[in-house]
Every structure is written in structure tokens, then in C-alpha cells.
Design a protein around this ligand. Sequence first.
Ligand code: APR
Length: 254
Amino acid sequence: MLPPARISPMNFPPELISFLKKSERIAILTGAGISAESGLNTFRDAQTGYWSQYRPEDLATPQAFTRDPKLVWDWYAMRRKKVAEASPNSGHFALVEMEKHVPNFTLITQNVDGYHRQAGSQNVLELHGNIQQVRCFDGCGIVKSWEESDDVPHCPKCGAYLRPDVVWFGESLPHDTLIAAHQATLACQAFFSIGTSGLVQPAASLAHTARQRGALVVEINLDPTPLTPSVDFALHGKSGEILPALVEAVFGGQ
Ligand code: APR
């Protein structure tokens, strides 16, 4: 296998453009990098201020919430506030535009910021949940929208604590969502990995699954990742710049 072509982002190879023009089934995986240009930290960015004393891996766990529900609740309240104060960027909107031109388009995201739906994407699979929702910590089934609360709120049905409706380290992903993500990955003709370090399973395996099924794999990321040697095209740069240019090059004027 030849090393992936490395292209100055705005000079796309004709074979990539022509392949995407005739692709009817595209699957996309996004990570925190696509929201970086909205001003949100990525998962591997250093935490700031009061939170710099903690690692996300030490807060985003059921054990951390059991040990100190208020600390974990406050961390998510801080993150939710940053999400509410920022907004989707040109990379999110470029994917909304791409979806309009592709008959079978699936957007799989590891992000919990809700920006893809907020930007207008329709077929979105949130592998790691959504920070705008909470659910019963004791699993009685209650799921509801996040409501501002200084104290950790309680489940209206059983009285247990309510927790952010996101997947914590050590927890399994929502089954139906993961199945749908795999099905879209198996069926796609082109797979994009955008703004993700490709370090966390099972999301990180999707690109390899697509590749094994013969799909064209494109990586759009600021930095090289462990996936880079396996992709057909590695577009290294900012997704907020590359995606609008790529969508224009493929679908512009249609
Ligand atoms: N454009 C494109 N890529 C970017 C940009 C940008 N403007 N800014 C940063 N990146 C890239 C970084 O180079 C990095 O490779 O985005 C990637 C973000 O990687 P992570 O911070 O590891 O985030 P992510 O891959 O989404 O993490 C996956 O790990 O911690 C868990 O559940 C958490 O969903 C998260 C998962």
C-alpha cells in the first residue's frame, strides 16, 4: 500500500473529488477536533483554571460521580456552559451541506456537545451521548433535558441522583447507536475520520472496518494520528477550513 497522499488542504486530488462526486453512501466519524474552532477544548487539551488539577479520565466515571456527585456535576455544568456560549463552526455546517447531496449519509460523532444537530445535521449517531440531557443514575429509565441546578438534581421517578446522559470511561456505548454506526460503516463507499485522535475504542476501529470492506478512507485532522498510515487521503489542517473547501470542490454548483 502506498503511503497516503498528503495534500495541501485546498488542492484536492482529482481522484478524490471524482470518487466523492459519485459516492451515494458516506459515513463520517467526528471527534473533539471538529469543535475546536468553536473554541471548545479537545479531550486531550490541558484542562484550565480550577479544573486543571483534574484529568477528564478521573471525572468522567461512575466511580467519580459516586464518590463526589457535586464535583462531577459542576465539571459538566462548566463544560455545558462553554458549549452554550459557543456555537457550531464552518466544519459542522459543511457536513450539513454534504448531507444534502449524499443519498445515504451517516454522521457518527464521539462529541457530546450536540453541535452537529444544532448545525442542522439530520442523521446523527451520538456514540458517547449528549451533554444537554441527564438520566437517572440508578437506571430507572428517566431521561430528561438538562436543567440549571447548583445542586445535583434528583430523579423525579425514584429519587436517585440525575447524571449527565453521556458515556463515562468504563461504561458501554448505547447498543442501538453502536449497531447503527457499524452498519453505516460496513455499507459506506467513503468513510471520513474528522478531528479525532483515534485513540478510544470502539469508535477508533470504525475506519479500519470501512477500509477492510473496500471503502475509500479520508482523514481530516490537525495532526497525524495512528490511523494516518492506513488512510487513502490524509488532509492535515483545520476541519473548519478543509471541509467547506472540500464540499465546495465536490458539490459546488450542484
Ligand atoms: N481541525 C481538525 N482537527 C483538529 C483541530 C481542528 N481545528 N483541532 C484539533 N484537532 C485534532 C487533534 O489533532 C486531535 O487529534 O482533533 C483531535 C482531538 O483528539 P482528542 O482530543 O483525543 O478527542 P477525541 O478523538 O474526540 O477523543 C475521543 O476520547 O476521551 C474520550 O470520550 C472521549 O469522545 C472522546 C474520545
